[in-house]
Design a protein around this ligand. Structure first.
Ligand SMILES: [Zn+2]
Length: 423
C-alpha cells in the first residue's frame, strides 16, 4: 500500500481520503490498513484484532488514566449493488457506471464537494467521525501522553451484526478505559421528520435497546378443500398482527418510556408460513422488532406480549422467543450525567457558546454493547460513552453528505474534549 507523505493531513483531506477508500461491510480491510499505517506514523501502538479475517483496529498511545475514542469502519452497502466489492476494479467500474441509476449525483466512493457539503458513501455515518478521531488523536501535544493513555478503537460489522465490537469486548483490550467518546450520527427521535442530523451541541447519553421476537403460531392441518376442519395458522397470524396493533394503540400492550431515551416501539418485520400442498397450513411465524428502554428488559417485554396474545389464543397455539442472533442483542443504556466524560464534553461546548441538547439515540449501535451495564461479565464493559456528531444527512441512502464547517468544528472540539477530560 502506498501511504501519503509523512505529514498531518488537514481534517478535510483526511476525511476525503477515508471516503475514497470504500468500506461497505464486509470489505473494511483496506480502510483498516490505511488508518493503522497512518496512526503508526504518530507513535501509536497499532494492533489488528481480526474477526473472520476482518480487521478491527486498536491503537494505543501514552500512559495514565485511559480515554477511549471509538468509531466503526464499515458503511452500509449501496442498495442495488450489495453484492459488488468496490475493491475489485471491475465491480467498482460497474458501481460507478450505475451511479445515476442508483440515484447518486456523483460516484459514491469519490468525495465530491458541493455548496459546503461533502458527498460520499459513509460521509456522515461515520467517516466524518473517524476523521475527527484520527485528527484529534494525532494532533494532541506529546506531553498529553505522559499522564493519559489514549485508545483509538475502530470496529468492523457495526452496520450488520456487531461482530467487530463483540470481538473487541471479548479481547478486553480496553476494559480499563474510564470514558468514551463516539462521534457517530446523532439520531434522536426528532429525526423522523428531519432527514438531517443536528449540528454540534446535541449529544447522546444513551440509546434504546433492541430485540427481535419470534411469535410461532400453531394451527391444525386439514385438507384444503375443507378449511373449517382445521385451524389456519396464517389466519391466526392475521389476528395476531391486528390484535397487537390495536393493543398498542389503546395502551393495553404498554410501551416503555424513559426521561432521555425515545419511547419504545414495536413493529412486525417478517411473516413466514404456508404450504405448497393443498393443506390448511398449521404453522406460521411472525418476527417483531421491539425497541425497548429501561426498566423494560427482554424478559418483561416477552412476558407482556405473552399476556396480550393469551387474550385471543390458547397456550398451545403460540410460542414466544427471541429470534436467534450470532452476537448478543444490543441492550439499552443511559449513562450518568455526572460522568467525567459528560462534564468534559459539556464544558467544552459551553466555552464555545454552543447551545446544548441532551438526548438519547433512537437506533442501536456498537455503543450499546460498550456502555450498557446489563451484559453478562464476559461482555460487560459499562464504559460511560458520549455520542457527539456533526451536521449531515442522507445516511443509509444515496447522496449521503456531511457539512464541512460542522465537521471541522467537530474535529477541533473532539481534541479539546480529550484535553479537558485529562485535566
Ligand atoms: Zn453509524
Amino acid at each position: 500500500m502506498t501511504l501519503d507523505p509523512r505529514v498531518h493531513l488537514p481534517p478535510i483531506e483526511l476525511l476525503k481520503k477515508l471516503i475514497s477508500i470504500p468500506s461497505p461491510y464486509p470489505h473494511e480491510n483496506p480502510l483498516a490498513e490505511w488508518i493503522g499505517d497512518y496512526l503508526k506514523q504518530f507513535q501509536f501502538h497499532v494492533t489488528y484484532l481480526e474477526v473472520k479475517g476482518r480487521k478491527n483496529i486498536v491503537a494505543k498511545k501514552g500512559t495514565g488514566k485511559a480515554l477511549l475514542l471509538f468509531g466503526h469502519l464499515d458503511t452500509v452497502p449501496l442498495q442495488g449493488v450489495e453484492d459488488l466489492n468496490p475493491h475489485a476494479p471491475d465491480d467498482l467500474r460497474q458501481i460507478n457506471a450505475r451511479a445515476s441509476e442508483l440515484r447518486w449525483e456523483s460516484p459514491p466512493y469519490e468525495p465530491s464537494l458541493r455548496k459546503g457539503k461533502l458527498y460520499g458513501s459513509g460521509a456522515i455515518d461515520m467517516k466524518a467521525g473517524l476523521a475527527a478521531i484520527i485528527h484529534a488523536g494525532t494532533k494532541l501535544p506529546e506531553d498529553y501522553f505522559q499522564s493519559t493513555e489514549l485508545i483509538l478503537a475502530f470496529s468492523v460489522d457495526e452496520e450488520f451484526l456487531d461482530q467487530g465490537m463483540a470481538a473487541l469486548l471479548k479481547s478486553r483490550t480496553f476494559e480499563h478505559a474510564q470514558g468514551c467518546i463516539c462521534p457517530e450520527i446523532i439520531d434522536t427521535g426528532e429525526l423522523i421528520d428531519i432527514p438531517e442530523t443536528p449540528d454540534i451541541g446535541t449529544i447522546l447519553l444513551g440509546r434504546r435497546g433492541r430485540i427481535a421476537i419470534e411469535v410461532q403460531l400453531r394451527g391444525q392441518a386439514a385438507h384444503g378443500a375443507t378449511p373449517s376442519a382445521g385451524v389456519n395458522a396464517i389466519e391466526l397470524a392475521g389476528q395476531v398482527v391486528a390484535h397487537i396493533k390495536k393493543s398498542l394503540a389503546e395502551g393495553a400492550l404498554a410501551l416503555g418510556s424513559h426521561p432521555i431515551l425515545p419511547p419504545a416501539s414495536m413493529t412486525p418485520l417478517k411473516i413466514q408460513g404456508g404450504t405448497s400442498s393443498l393443506s390448511v397450513p398449521d404453522r406460521c411465524t411472525i418476527e417483531y422488532d421491539r425497541h425497548f428502554v429501561p426498566p423494560e428488559t427482554p424478559e418483561t417485554v416477552q412476558e407482556d406480549l405473552r399476556r396480550c396474545l393469551s387474550e385471543i389464543l390458547t397456550p398451545n397455539q403460540f410460542k414466544i422467543s427471541l429470534a436467534p442472533r450470532p452476537t448478543p442483542y444490543l441492550m439499552p443504556y443511559a449513562i450518568s450525567q455526572e460522568a467525567s466524560i459528560v462534564n468534559a464534553t459539556l464544558s467544552v461546548l459551553k466555552a464555545r457558546d454552543i447551545p446544548i441538547t441532551i438526548a438519547g439515540g433512537n437506533s442501536v449501535a456498537d455503543e450499546n454493547m460498550l456502555a450498557s451495564p446489563v451484559y453478562p461479565p464476559e461482555i460487560r464493559h459499562n464504559i460511560p460513552t458520549v455520542d457527539i456528531g456533526c451536521k449531515g444527512g442522507n445516511f443509509h441512502k444515496e447522496n449521503e453528505w456531511v457539512d464541512l464547517e460542522s465537521f471541522q468544528d467537530l474535529a477541533s472540539i473532539l481534541k479539546e474534549i480529550c484535553i479537558k477530560w485529562a485535566n
